[in-house]
Design a binder for this molecule. Structure first.
Ligand code: AMP
Ligand code: MG
Length: 378
């Protein structure tokens, strides 16, 4: 996030989080809170984050594989054309497809209507190790349901508390809940809906209902205001994202997700077996030729593992430095401590690399001896 170029001047989690007294009426949907720079800066930054996010996602996935309980759920809300689909596709394109689970929520089916409104949501929650993405969510049950009178007031009124309790349980069981509301201006939405009508390749995204929904604009704004006031909690806050600039909303969501996952302090799981012992066992059935190939790969393998790892660590340092004031002594001490940790870890890995090479050289020799004896006839 180079100095002098565009970038985040404030953690977007701070810049976009709903605070007491938040007013949607006064919210500028064309603004770029916390970001300094133009579209190309935002896009470049987003790309940069891709590699890091992908590694963090893999770590989360690995943790889930060995019995970890953690997962991340991104709830994406917004009116038609706000960019929900674009954001979800964008986030998903940056990580391994097997590590994300997307669910879109439309009008409930008959079966779903027979159950509690959270029933279909519970069935779609991300398993441990996954990043779940909801394109619309349980919040529709206090948005469209409230605006269109699909349930009596006393029913939807109690849902706010039910949602808070539900999300609290979710967080307590190890899921980090990130809630993004994409807020587009009425003018911009008009333009985007017109675009959908103009373009034969976009008409499929248009529904007759969109014009009717737009007609209830003010009621939706009020319903969203109530959502922010009543369901932005310490455990699952809302991030309200200005969505008139699509690049901004994508960059912001990518950054919030990345920062959140950095804070999860995801390591690589430690195996319950010893690689040195396992190498001996594996080598028994390997030719000296194959072992030599493996020996020559060793340095590259380990060094790229270190480099990739270091990249994550460096990012962490960069983030901490930018988070705090650079002249702030505690922040700098922390930065130095992290750097020292990176160095120590690197030294440890290099020492292991030396021992691995020695072991492999010995294994090549042993295989050679075995092969010579074999040819000698037994
Ligand atoms: P879209 O996301 O544009 O494909 O549209 C999905 C539609 O499903 C929107 O019009 C939502 O308002 C509607 N929808 C989603 N959840 C609910 C719900 N719980 N009750 C009623 N309508 C819903
Ligand atoms: Mg739609």
């Amino acid at each position: 996030m180079g100095k002098g170029h565009g970038g985040w001047t404030e953690d977007p989690r701070e810049a976009l989080r709903v605070r007491p007294g938040f007013s949607l009426d006064e919210f500028d949907r064309g603004a770029k809170p916390g970001f300094h720079g133009k579209k190309s800066d935002g896009k470049a930054l987003g790309k940069d984050r891709g590699a890091l996010l992908s590694e963090l996602q893999e770590r989360l996935f690995a943790e889930g594989r060995i019995g970890g309980k953690r997962s991340v759920l991104c709830v994406v809300q917004g009116l038609d054309t706000a960019g929900k689909g674009g954001v979800t596709r964008h986030v998903m394109s940056m990580v391994d497809p097997q590590g994300v689970a997307l669910h879109s929520f439309g009008p409930p089916t008959e079966e779903e209507l027979e159950h509690h409104f959270l029933w279909r949501i519970r069935g779609a929650l991300p398993r441990p190790g996954l990043i779940g993405v909801f394109d619309r969510s349980h919040y529709e049950d206090v948005l469209v349901v409230r605006v269109d009178d699909l349930a009596p007031r006393n029913v939807w009124e109690r849902r706010y508390d039910e949602i808070n309790g539900f999300e609290k349980d979710l967080v307590d069981s190890g899921t980090i809940v990130l809630k993004f509301a994409l807020m587009v201006s009425k003018d911009e939405q008009g333009v985007r809906l017109m675009d959908r009508l103009d373009r034969p390749d976009k008409r499929w995204k248009f529904s007759r209902n969109d014009v009717r929904t737009r007609g209830r604009w003010d009621a939706y704004q009020q319903a969203y205001q109530a959502v922010f006031e009543r369901t932005s909690t310490d455990w699952a806050p809302w991030y309200v994202i200005p969505a008139d600039h699509k690049w901004y909303s994508r960059t912001a969501i990518t950054e919030i997700l990345t920062q959140t996952m950095i804070d999860m302090d995801l390591g690589w799981p430690e195996p319950d077996w010893d690689p040195f012992g396992m190498r001996e066992e594996l080598a028994v059935e390997m030719s000296s030729r194959a072992l030599k190939t493996s020996l020559s790969d060793t340095v590259d393998n380990v060094e790229s593992a270190i480099a990739e790892d270091a990249a994550v660590q460096r990012e962490e340092v960069a983030v901490q430095v930018e988070d705090g004031d650079i002249d702030d002594a505690p922040a700098r001490a922390e930065e130095r401590a992290t750097l020292a940790e990176v160095k120590a870890q690197r030294a440890e890995r290099l020492a292991e690399l030396m021992r691995t090479r020695q072991q492999k050289e010995r294994l090549v020799e042993q295989a050679r001896a075995r092969e010579t004896h074999g040819r000698g006839g037994e």
